[in-house]
Design a protein around this ligand. Structure first.
Ligand SMILES: [Zn+2]
Length: 395
């Protein structure tokens, strides 16, 4: 087993929020020891100086479409390999490939291809951990840029076939809790220990409360594709919070994730969300990449446009981002939405906790995977390590 001694580093610990000089001993794919800056290099360990770089756990993106939103059905493996190689340039060492609302037969076929690729492949960089199904069980009226033809209520027969194909690789589902069949869907997801996030919804207080009681714990891209937030609706005599986002913000049992690209959410709302959800505020990319060939009609050249920050439909509606998590972390720090330590936590330990994998990912703890990102003082990625190997270096 290869032993490496990473020294002359500033260890960035997202659990304590501290940054302090130190060294890490890696053994194979794991972190074997964490030492002070003056600790002697263990015998037989290969030394690597990080030249004073900040060393944090690798980033974890729980909402990444990449080319999957538009690639040929049988090119899922290729799309994932390209994502794996490009994500490490941005410090991401693990991600959840995220689907969209395709019609039933296509969704089934795509899930099968993606799950097979995840289960059978080796990756050049970031590791796809499993599937995030964003839809199809969402509300048409809050579709955002999801293809309308693919949106539908939950059908247990379709669900059984999908869950069978995805198996234990199904990690997260974004659903609208007011949809017919949502209770049965959530019961099945709870049984399978899948993270349930509410999103693409106009649900009110009662539906949200019921969904939380059934196990929902998170909100997908808070503020985007959901009921808007007003402080009061004069048409409603009971003066209840108006709009799903307000209900979600106020509900203590729900964490949230945010697209911090400056286009999807105003920095003031990011700040409000970060204060309300504190250590349960997660940063995601919601990134879409258009493949060089084989783009689908819904994402075809005639529909999607990039304005340099995000994808837009012809009517100007947002349709996914061009964001990367390293940029998101720098944005929230620059906009004073989060401290530097909080921004790193929102890309590491917090998404790991959401998925229940915080002992092995998103942490510098002994025994965790040696998935690491080297950052300079400005937060630019200098190098990325996956499973104890430096798979990317900026120069
Ligand atoms: Zn998405």
């Amino acid at each position: 087993m290869i032993r490496r001694w990473l020294h002359d580093a500033i260890l960035v610990d997202p659990e304590s929020g501290s940054e302090a000089p130190g060294c890490l001993l890696l053994e194979g794919e794991r972190i074997a020891a964490r030492c002070g800056p003056d600790a002697p290099a263990p015998e037989s360990a290969r030394p690597t100086s990080l030249h004073g770089a900040r060393l944090a756990p690798g980033f974890l993106d729980v909402h990444h479409h990449g080319e999957l939103a538009a690639c040929q059905i049988d090119d899922a493996r290729g799309a994932l390999r390209r994502a794996s190689a490009s994500l490490v340039r941005h410090g991401v060492t693990a991600f959840l490939p995220t689907t969209i609302a395709w019609p039933a037969p296509e969704l089934l076929a795509r899930v099968e291809h993606i799950a097979t690729a995840i289960a059978r492949s080796e990756w050049p960089g970031a590791v796809p951990l499993g599937l995030h199904l964003e839809g199809p069980w969402i509300l048409s009226a809050a579709a955002g840029a999801q293809p309308p033809a693919g949106i539908r209520p939950y059908d247990p027969r379709e669900g059984a076939a999908l869950f069978d194909r995805a198996g234990s690789l199904l990690r997260m589902v974004t659903l609208a809790p007011e949809l017919p069949g949502a209770a049965a869907l959530q019961a099945e997801l709870a049984r399978r220990r899948v993270v349930v996030a509410l999103g693409h919804t106009l649900a009110g207080e009662q539906d949200v409360r019921a969904a939380v009681e059934r196990g929902a714990c998170h909100v997908t891209h808070l503020f985007n594709a959901m009921g808007c937030t007003r402080h009061r609706d004069p048409a409603r005599p009971d003066d209840a919070p108006d709009g799903f986002a307000a209900v979600a913000l106020a509900h203590e049992a729900l964490g949230c994730d945010l697209i911090a690209d400056g286009a999807h959410v105003h920095p003031d709302w990011l700040r409000i969300a970060a204060r309300a959800k504190r250590e349960r505020t997660v940063l995601i990319s919601d990134r879409i990449d258009v493949p060089a060939s084989g783009r689908d009609a819904w994402l075809g050249a005639d529909r999607m446009r990039s304005d340099g920050v995000a994808w837009r439909l012809p009517d100007g509606r947002l349709a996914g981002s061009l964001l990367t998590l390293d940029v998101a972390a720098r944005n929230v720090e620059t906009w004073r939405v989060m401290t530097r330590a909080e921004a790193i936590a929102a890309c590491t330990v917090r998404p790991a906790r959401l998925l229940g994998i915080e002992r092995t990912r998103g942490t510098l703890a002994v025994g965790a995977r040696a998935d690491l990102v080297e950052l300079d003082a400005a937060g630019e990625v200098r190098a990325t390590w996956v499973a104890g190997r430096r798979v990317y270096a900026a120069d």
